[in-house]
Write a protein that binds this ligand. Structure first.
Ligand code: DO4
Ligand code: MG
Length: 284
């Protein structure tokens, strides 16, 4: 089942049918067993045609987030550890990535408030003071206030590799700025936890030329999803739940950096596709 947040209301897709639900977003998603609730609820919604749903997607789609904070996990895949050790080798920061990859405690960091999040077909930014910028395609979890995973979406953890590489203490500046987080296109709600075989795919296009293409599966992740959630919820309360990006396994080659107008396309099996256009923040 998929929930789409739009400026006209919430759209539920069940198989190939679409229903408009009346519930307020945060109240709808923050519950125990969201899948069972939606199964019992969708027929109370107003059914619309596939053509109408298509128009809602095109014209009114929003990121699938209400008042939740967005957090992120790091160095959860070997590929991310290796890329970060490489980018920080000349500045002495490489060792901390090796240590966190092996450690019992995962790396978790605050990523975004909802107003900084870009949805499907919206613009993400690269920083003007950064010389090396990449998208990070990540499975993102929606976890309810009781600390239970209720749904999944696609995350784009936009990152400055030059700033993080200069000094790991600059991580918040490398990661947190306007429109540095992409989420969407929907919240994917399943009866069973998402499968380890689930594929993640990313392409980057510049002037319609493919500059990068990569894919992986969740199986490559070193950590378990409940392990990440339990550390995040250990000492933090999230009254309407929270989103957690779970780390990247796809890193473009070291000579690649994003430019304005690049198109980043991230797909995850079952969830769909998140497309973001790259730009810089306009001057105030
Ligand atoms: O260690 C810094 C950030 C790591 C990260 O964002 C990732 O592995 O996806
Ligand atoms: Mg990341």
């Amino acid at each position: 089942m998929k929930l789409f947040k739009t400026s006209k209301g919430t759209l539920l897709q069940f198989k190939e049918e679409y229903y408009v639900l009346q519930h307020e977003w945060d109240k709808l998603i923050n519950r125990d067993n969201l899948y069972a609730f939606l199964l019992g609820e969708y027929l109370n919604g107003k059914k619309i045609t596939a053509a109408e749903a298509e128009e809602w997607h095109r014209e009114y789609l929003l990121p699938p987030i209400g008042t939740q904070e967005v957090w992120a996990a790091g160095v959860t895949y070997l590929r991310s550890r290796d890329a970060r050790m490489e980018e920080s080798k000349d500045t002495g920061g490489a060792d901390c990535y090796q240590r966190v990859y092996e450690a019992e405690r995962p790396e978790l960091f605050f990523k975004s408030l909802p107003h900084r999040v870009a949805g499907h077909q919206q613009t993400v930014y690269i920083r003007k003071d950064s010389t090396w910028n990449v998208p990070e395609p990540e499975l993102a979890l929606y976890i309810n206030s009781a600390g239970v995973i209720q749904g999944y979406t696609i995350g784009n953890d936009m990152s400055s590799r030059s700033i993080e590489g200069e000094n790991p203490l600059y991580l918040p500046q490398a990661k947190v700025y306007e429109r540095s987080a992409g989420l969407g296109p929907c919240l994917y709600i399943t009866e069973q936890p998402i499968a380890a075989e689930t594929g993640i795919y990313m392409t980057i296009h510049r002037n319609e030329v493919r500059m990068y293409e990569g894919s992986t599966t969740l199986k490559q992740m070193k950590r378990l999803l409940p392990e990440l959630v339990s550390y995040l919820y250990m000492e933090c309360d999230f009254t309407t739940g929270c989103f957690l990006m779970t780390g990247t396994c796809l890193v473009p080659p070291t000579d690649f950096t994003l430019q304005p107008r690049d198109l980043v396309t991230i797909s995850i099996d079952g969830i769909g596709t998140l497309v973001n256009v790259v730009d810089v923040k306009p001057a105030l």
